[in-house]
Unconditional design. Structure first.
Length: 405
């Protein structure tokens, strides 16, 4: 390989692939991926003809400019999501607009909180446990389940900005996110099963070592999940202590996702999402005619290896829908524990009080030679999404094309 014209991108997720697409008109680009296939946290599974399930990212959360423009450019169809939101309580399903009592008051406190405040600190200040046990439980479930966050680490400002944002219509990609990944990776040199272990660098030259090969380039773009930088899974020489310290100021959560195909529907067809206090607390339907229910268990309780996951999911559904025969009605069950997934070990990032300053460090190129991108480094209205990864990858590609002197 010629180190004069080559850029190596580490990670074939959305950020790495869109960067490769943007850069390939000016540079020789090679993408190294630790896993057997591209896609990262966007991986569609096709268990039977006419059926697909998303093991990771599933939704297009609103009118997202990059995601939707790519889908249109590629001619990939997508469909608005319909269905109402329900709250499961005491064996009943109740349609709910807001499922946290005193929601408006809570948002008021959140909007006025100092920037350094965590959600745990805010709850302790305004909602003492003895008096507000139910509210604290609801908030905890939402923060951990939806944002995958630890209460004592997540920034109140981050949650406030996210919770008060009007996203508009949400969409699903008709044949799954993998169709978008396949479009992005077209004509890209991709080498899979290459786990990068060490990067030696000097201005204008890098040497990258995987478990069994060595690559050289003039620049490298690192798009691995933020926890890989936190854990120093890649060693840098010279070391980058300020970048490692910055990575540790960005939250990282995990999730277990369930896709259960049933022989018949035992739920109402107008249901979109169901929120509950069961062990697998969040469920949603697919299209009106689909026999798939998707479950979501996020945050600290989803970390590490788990046992009896399918049984626990069926038990949760039995209680939510008052249907004792969920196991007998199950046709196929797919359980995806992202905390144990090779090269990823988690779901997506969340904001901590120092995350924005940390992102400023990580998005600053090192000697116009080392660059970092990914959903965790995005600052905008769509955190933790594929759009965030695409935005970060494209923005960093533009930095590589127009380096700062």
């Amino acid at each position: 390989m010629s180190a004069q014209t080559t850029i190596i991108i580490i990670g074939a997720g959305a950020a790495g692939l869109i960067a490769a697409k943007e850069l390939s008109d000016q540079y020789k680009v090679t993408v190294l991926e630790a896993r057997p296939q591209a896609g990262g946290r966007t991986t569609t599974h096709y268990p039977a003809p006419g059926i697909h399930i998303e093991t990771g990212a599933e939704f297009v959360h609103g009118e997202l400019p990059i995601t939707l423009s790519l889908l249109k450019e590629a001619g990939i169809p997508y469909t608005p999501i319909n269905g109402d939101m329900y709250l499961a309580e005491n064996g009943e399903l109740k349609q709910e607009e807001a499922w946290i009592e005193d929601w408006d008051q809570l948002l008021g406190h959140m909007g006025k909180a100092p920037a350094a405040t965590t959600m745990q600190q805010l709850l302790d200040q305004y909602y003492p446990a003895a008096q507000y046990a139910a509210l604290r439980e609801h908030v905890s479930g939402y923060v951990e389940g939806y944002d995958l966050a630890d209460l004592d680490k997540v920034s109140v400002k981050y949650l406030y900005d996210e919770w008060t944002l009007e996203q508009g219509t949400n969409y699903r990609i008709d044949n799954g996110y993998t169709t978008l990944i396949n479009y992005l990776r077209k004509d890209i040199e991709l080498i899979t099963n290459q786990t990068v272990q060490h990067i030696s660098w000097e201005p204008g030259h890098v040497t990258i070592k995987t478990q069994d090969k060595t690559y050289t380039a003039s620049k490298v773009l690192i798009t691995v999940p933020i926890n890989m930088l936190q854990n120093e899974s890649i060693q840098f020489s010279p070391a980058l202590p300020a970048y490692t310290a910055a990575a540790k100021q960005i939250g990282w959560g995990t999730v277990i996702k369930f896709n259960l195909l049933f022989k018949q529907a035992f739920w109402k067809r107008d249901i979109g999402f169901v929120l509950s206090d069961e062990e697998v607390p969040v469920w949603w339907t697919q299209s009106e005619n689909s026999l798939v229910l998707t479950g979501w268990m996020g945050g600290p309780r989803a970390a590490g290896s788990q046992t009896d996951l399918l049984e626990r999911a069926l038990h949760a559904l039995a209680k939510i829908f008052n249907e004792p025969n969920t196991a007998e009605l199950l046709d196929q069950g797919f359980v995806h524990n992202w905390s144990t997934e090779q090269g990823i070990h988690g779901g997506y990032s969340y904001g901590m009080p120092s995350s924005e300053s940390a992102k400023a460090v990580l998005t600053t190129p090192v000697a116009n030679t080392l660059y970092f991108a990914g959903e965790a480094l995005y600052s905008g209205d769509s955190p933790g999404t594929v759009e965030a990864a695409l935005h970060s990858g494209r923005e960093t590609a533009h930095k590589i094309k127009s380096p700062q002197v």
